[in-house]
Design a protein around this ligand. Structure first.
Ligand code: NDP
Length: 310
C-alpha cells in the first residue's frame, strides 16, 4: 500500500472509531423535533446521510425528484424504525422547489438542517469533457444556490443555529495543486472576501459556459480534471464562503452555519461504482458537520472530518 493510501485507510479507521463514541447529552442540541432536509436522498450518499441523521434521532425529510422512488427509499428507512418523511423535489424545477417550500413551511414551520446533496457528473475514470457542462453547472451550482436562497427564510431560529451542508468536492478547490483555474488575478479576487461576490462567481461560470459553447474551453485555463464538474463545485465552495460571511451578521438565536465537504471517491452510480469508499463512510463528514456541537464552524471545506484549505 502506498504511503498516501495507508494514511487515508488509517484516517477512515479513526473515523470508524469516532463514530462509535455516542454524543453526550450536552452535545446533543437536536431531538426528533429537529427537521433535516436532504436533497437527492433516494440513493447514494444522500440516502446514507438521511439514514444516519435519522439514526441520530432527528426527523429527516427525504426528497427525491421522482416521487415513487422517493417513497420507496423512505419506506426502507421507516421500516428500520426511523422518523422519515418524504417529498418530491427537483432542484432544477422552480415550481417543484416552491411547492416544497410551501409544504415544509405548512407541515413543520420550516427546517433546521439543509443538506444539499443532489448533483450530477458525466465524467468517468480519467475522462474529461464539458459536453454536459450546462447541466452540470445548472444542477450543482445554480440548483444548490437556489435551494439555499429559498430555504434560508424558512430556517427555524434556535440557540444551536441552523445548518447548511453542501456535498461538494475537493476538485473545486481554488488553490488545488492539480485542479485549479489558471487565471491568477481571478483566483486572487475569488480568494479575498473584499472582492468575492455572487456576481464574480456567476461571471466565472458564465465565462466557462460561453467558452464551452464557442468550443474554446480547452485552452481557457480551467481545471484539468473533470473540468465542468470542478468548475461547478468551485462555484459552490465559493458561494458557501460568501454566504457564511453574510449569515454571520445574523443575531444570536437566528444564526445559520454553512459548510461544504468532499465525500471522497465513492462507490455510487455517479462513479459507476468505481470509487474506493462506501456511501456509508462518504456520508460521515456531512452528518458530523450537520450535528457539530461547535457552532463557530462556518464557510469551510472539509474532508474526512478535517478542514481543507480552499
Ligand atoms: P448519485 O448519482 O448516486 O446520486 C445523485 C443524487 O442526486 C440522486 O438522488 C439524483 O436523483 C439526485 N439529483 C440529480 N439531479 C437532481 C435534481 N435536479 N433534483 C433533485 N435531485 C437530483 O451520486 P452520489 O450519491 O455519488 O452523489 C451525491 C453528491 O455527492 C453529489 O453532489 C456529488 O457531486 C457529490 N460527490 C460525489 C462523489 C463520488 O465519488 N460519488 C465525489 C464528490 C462529490 P435521481 O436518482 O433522480 O437521478
Amino acid at each position: 500500500m502506498s504511503g498516501k493510501k495507508e494514511k487515508r485507510e488509517k484516517r477512515l479507521q479513526e473515523i470508524s472509531l469516532l463514530r462509535t463514541i455516542p454524543y453526550s447529552d450536552h452535545q446533543r442540541w437536536w431531538s426528533e423535533e429537529t427537521i433535516a432536509v436532504v436533497t437527492g436522498a433516494n440513493r447514494g450518499i444522500g440516502f446514507e446521510i438521511a439514514r444516519q441523521l435519522a439514526g441520530h434521532g432527528l426527523t429527516v425529510v427525504l426528497t427525491s425528484r421522482d416521487t415513487g422512488v422517493g417513497i420507496e427509499a423512505a419506506r426502507v428507512l421507516k421500516e428500520g424504525g426511523f422518523n422519515v418523511d418524504v417529498h418530491q423535489l427537483d432542484i432544477l424545477d422552480a415550481e417543484s422547489v416552491s411547492e416544497f417550500a410551501k409544504w415544509i413551511k405548512e407541515k413543520y414551520g420550516g427546517l433546521d438542517i439543509l443538506i444539499n446533496n443532489a448533483g450530477v457528473n458525466y465524467n468517468l475514470g480519467s475522462g474529461n469533457s464539458a459536453e454536459f457542462a450546462k447541466q452540470v453547472i445548472e444542477t450543482n451550482y445554480y440548483g444548490t444556490k437556489n435551494m439555499i436562497k429559498t430555504m434560508i427564510p424558512l430556517m427555524r431560529p434556535s440557540a444551536a443555529g441552523a445548518r447548511i451542508v453542501n456535498v461538494s468536492s475537493r476538485l473545486g478547490k481554488l488553490n488545488g495543486r492539480r485542479s485549479r483555474i489558471e487565471d491568477e488575478a481571478l483566483r486572487e479576487k475569488l480568494s479575498n472576501l473584499e472582492t468575492l461576490s455572487e456576481e464574480l462567481i456567476d461571471n466565472m461560470v458564465s465565462k466557462f459556459l460561453q467558452q464551452v459553447e464557442d468550443n474554446t474551453w480547452q485552452s481557457g485555463g480551467w481545471p484539468q480534471k473533470f473540468t465542468d464538474y470542478a468548475v461547478s463545485k468551485l462555484a459552490v465552495n465559493l458561494y458557501s464562503v460568501l454566504m457564511a460571511n453574510q449569515l454571520a451578521e445574523r443575531p444570536e438565536g437566528g444564526k445559520i452555519y454553512i459548510n461544504c465537504y468532499c465525500p471522497g471517491w465513492v462507490r455510487t452510480a455517479m462513479t459507476g461504482w468505481s470509487g474506493n469508499i462506501s456511501a456509508e463512510h462518504a456520508a460521515d463528514t456531512g452528518v458530523w458537520l450537520a450535528l457539530l456541537p461547535n457552532k463557530e464552524v462556518t464557510g469551510k471545506l472539509f474532508a474526512e472530518r478535517r478542514e481543507l484549505k480552499l
